[in-house]
Design a protein around this ligand. Structure first.
Ligand SMILES: Cc1cc2nc3c(=O)[nH]c(=O)nc-3n(C[C@H](O)[C@H](O)[C@H](O)COP(=O)(O)OP(=O)(O)OC[C@H]3O[C@@H](n4cnc5c(N)ncnc54)[C@H](O)[C@@H]3O)c2cc1C
Length: 543
């Protein structure tokens, strides 16, 4: 029999250790009626179950426990319990926290890129200034049984850098230092790529980083991170990482991971995804000599037939493009008219080689090349033209998969596709130096990918019909590409709460090793740094 009266609420269980627990909540009051729950034990022991139930009801769902009614009631119970532990946590973290009472600051602090996940907000946001503050946050979260989410740039497509009012967010916004020493750059996880490009602008170096300046270092690099420079400058951003500093998930230690120290963690942090192992404090990256100019030209295929020709031309030349060329593609269906655009980005160093490969694509129209000496200016302009300038956009859903070829039948499928007005198909160029590393050399497995394909769909928050339409459309394109035989798995940085069999899909051949490393650094069911699609979790989407 358990008894907990922290909120004036009595909890009883008549478990017999083996089969089931019956929990009777007896509380007078308008929010909570007398209820009984029954579920199987799962792999947690009696005490584990009880503890988990109080602090993280949602975890039970993945054990298939008393499904629908359970979820509803669990939410209510979590609220009651959360009120207690989260306020205790706030009490101890007041000096570095922003609360809803500080209205403007709080509004700013809880912002995330995808408002589809802004419908509930954390009880407060802790804003550490250094690794010791991060340690304190995690230790207090652990002690008070409070769930936490960590945020660097807040660009998680699936909203995993925030939480509801039962928990709090650890935002690294105040940890955004960038330091260059020779050709090594140490960047704190709370910086964004714009901070890096700005720090390097007056130097002779460039960093392999995200094409959108507002994207955060923390989440981006932990998922691998591809860049318009990846093909020609040594691979993914994580391939340029020389070492990481991380606070362990229990908040007890600050550890270094490199080729010499904690090698298992070093391997896992290069593509194993944010929020899994601990809180990244900083990363040291090797930077590359910068060319004099970056050049950007757009090739335009302005009809259904032209789009098919363009896609076929790219498909035929996939293995012939020089690695110094980055050729992202987008397929639009605006106003019922199909249009394919190819954004060619390269530098002055290999201009001739690149120009002749672009001629092989026989573009019907081409914009005048624009040149940039500043990478910051180039990435800002590029993002602006792609509508990615804002810190927060409209609600979006993204579903994607890596492809290693583009067959004529797939080109025809895309050209014939009736693209929904709020959707866009994007293809980000991979290959080149990304493929010089093996699938198991880092946690990022899809080294043979030639493109990262995804559907980007926008919807209005309250328009459930539109949301369903976007989800259905994105899923149908995903299914078609999977069936084409050209696909590998999905990119963990395009986190997707509707992806089935997501563990294998995100990590492929590296999943079993990642599960082992995760058990060592942040075991399931212990501590406060957890989320639905963390490595090793058996949670699966139901829709
Ligand atoms: C507009 C836009 C452009 C993008 N462009 C690119 C691109 O060019 N190339 C590319 O590869 N990807 C790109 N992405 C995807 C991007 O890499 C991911 O969304 C990435 O997770 C964002 O990192 P963040 O720090 O901004 O996000 P956050 O939302 O802060 O974090 C993402 C995840 O990582 C966790 N996390 C954050 N910080 C830490 C930390 N310090 N320690 C441990 N875990 C942490 C969070 O809890 C969350 O689960 C883009 C995304 C957007 C929205």
């Amino acid at each position: 029999m358990f008894h907990d009266s922290r909120l004036g609420t009595d909890w009883y269980t008549s478990s017999d250790h083996t089969q089931s627990i019956h929990l009777v909540i007896t509380e007078d009051g308008s929010t909570c009626k007398k209820e009984t729950f029954t579920w199987s034990y799962g792999r947690y022991g009696r005490y584990g179950m009880y503890k988990m139930y109080l602090s993280r009801g949602f975890r039970f769902v993945r054990y298939g426990l008393h499904q629908k009614r359970f979820v509803k009631n669990t939410a209510m119970i979590r609220m009651m319990h959360g009120g207690s532990s989260v306020s205790e946590a706030l009490e101890q973290l007041k000096d570095i926290s922003v609360t809803p009472e500080q209205s403007d600051l709080y509004k700013e602090a809880v912002k995330i890129y995808n408002p589809a996940f802004s419908t509930s907000h954390p009880a407060f946001v802790a804003l550490p200034y250094n690794a010791d503050d991060i340690k304190r946050c995690l230790q207090i979260a652990h002690k008070t049984n409070t769930p936490v989410a960590v945020k660097s740039g807040g660009h998680s497509f699936a909203g995993y850098s925030t939480t509801d009012s039962n928990g709090f967010v650890i935002s690294l916004k105040n940890m955004d230092q960038v330091q260059l020493k020779e050709n090594m750059l140490t960047v704190q996880a709370g910086a964004c790529w714009g901070d890096v490009y700005s720090a390097l602008d007056d130097t002779s170096y460039v960093a392999v980083g995200g094409c959108v300046p507002a994207v955060g270092i923390g989440g981006y690099i932990l998922g691998g991170g591809y860049s318009m420079l990846s093909r020609g400058y040594g691979g993914l951003a994580c391939d340029k990482a020389l070492s990481f500093t991380m606070v362990t998930a229990d908040g007890n230690k600050l550890v270094k991971a490199s080729a010499e120290e904690n090698e298992d963690l070093f391997w896992a942090l290069k593509g194993g995804g944010g929020g899994n192992f601990g809180i990244l404090v900083d990363v040291t990256l090797e930077v590359c000599p910068r060319p004099k100019q970056f050049i950007w030209t757009r090739l335009i295929y302005d009809s259904k037939d032209q789009s098919e020709q363009g896609l076929n031309a790219v498909g035929k030349n996939l293995n012939k493009f020089p690695k110094e060329l980055n050729l992202d593609m987008a397929l639009h269906g605006y106003f019922g008219k199909k249009m394919l655009t190819l954004d060619a980005v390269y530098s002055d160093i290999h201009e001739d080689k690149v120009q002749s490969s672009l001629e092989n694509l026989h573009p019907p129209a081409e914009t005048q090349p624009q040149t940039f000496t500043s990478y910051l200016q180039f990435s800002t302009e590029y993002s602006k033209r792609h509508g990615f300038v804002h810190q927060e956009v409209e609600p979006i859903y993204i579903k994607g998969v890596m492809i290693d070829s583009l067959s004529p039948s797939l080109a025809k499928y895309f050209a014939d596709l009736d693209i929904k007005p709020h959707c866009l198909l994007e293809f980000t160029h991979m290959g080149g130096n990304i493929a010089q590393h093996s699938a198991t050399s880092t946690a990022f497995p899809f080294r043979s990918a030639q493109y990262s394909f995804y559907t980007y769909g926008r919807f209005q928050l309250k328009n459930t019909v539109q949301r369903e339409e976007v989800l259905k459309f994105a899923t149908s394109t995903y299914d078609a590409v999977r069936e084409s035989g050209c696909s590998l798995g999905s990119y963990v940085n395009y986190m997707d709460r509707h992806l089935k069999n997501w563990g294998e899909n995100f990590y492929g051949v590296n999943y079993p090793r990642l599960c082992e490393i995760k058990k060592k650094w942040n075991p399931l069911g212990q501590g406060s740094l957890h989320f639905q699609q963390e490595i090793g979790s058996s949670w699966e989407p139901t829709d």
